[in-house]
Design a protein around this ligand. Sequence first.
Ligand code: IPE
Ligand code: IPE
Ligand code: MG
Length: 224
Amino acid sequence: MKPQHVAIIMDGNGRWAQRRLLPRSAGHRAGFRRMLELSEYAFESGVKCLTLYALSAENLRRPQEELDELFGIFREYFSAQTEKLHRRGIRILSIGDRTLLPEDIQGRIAEAENATAGGTVGTLVLAIAYGGRQEIVAAVNRAVRAGREVTEEEFSSLLYTGSLPPPDLLIRTGRETRLSNFLLYQSAYTELYFSKKLFPDFTKGDFDKALKEYSLRDRRFGRV
Ligand code: IPE
Ligand code: IPE
Ligand code: MG
C-alpha cells in the first residue's frame, strides 16, 4: 500500500552546516534545495498530500538573524514556486498561526493559496509558525464560541488542517525521535518513520526506503 498523505519533519539543517563548519544559514539553504527536490518527487511517486514542517511556533524563539534567513527562504519559495505548482495542478496550503509571521509573508501565503486553489493533482501543505497544541486550543476555542458540543469529525474540521485526511506516514529526519509539537491530533494512527540522516542529506532514495517500509507495516487501527 502507498501512503496518500506523507508528512515530513525536516530536521537537521543546523547540524548539517555545523559539521561542515558553515553557518546554520547554509544548512537551511541546503535543506531548502532538498525540500524542492523531494516535494516534486513525492507527487511523482503517487503521494496525494505532502505536509512539510518548515517552522514551528517554538522556532520563532530562535535568534532573529536565523529567523530572517528562514523568512528570506520563505519569500523566495513563494515567489518562485507558486506559478510552478499551479502549472502542475498542485494546491498550496499553509497551516500555523500566520499572524506570528512578517506581514509580507502572510500576504505571499494568501496569494499562493488563492493562485493554486483549483489544483487537483495534489496538495502541498506547509506548516509555518505551526504548533500542534496551539492548533488544538484554537479549535477548542472555536467550538466554545459556536456554543455547542462537537463530534470528533466536526472537531477535526476546526483544526488548521480542516478537511485534509490525517497523515498515513510521518517521516522525521535528523536523528531525534519526537514529534516536536507536530500534528498531535492528526497523527493518532500515523505510521512513524525516523531517519538518522540530516535533512539536507535525505535523498529520493531515502524517501523510497521510507515508503517501502510503510508498505510492510500492518495498520490495525485497534482491530485484530
Ligand atoms: C530544521 O533544522 C529546520 C528548522 C527547524 C527551521 P534545525 O535548524 O532544527 O537543525 P538542527 O536540528 O539544529 O540540526
Ligand atoms: C522541529 O525541529 C521543527 C521543524 C523541523 C520545523 P526542531 O529542531 O525545532 O525540534 P526540537 O527543538 O529538536 O524538538
Ligand atoms: Mg532541529
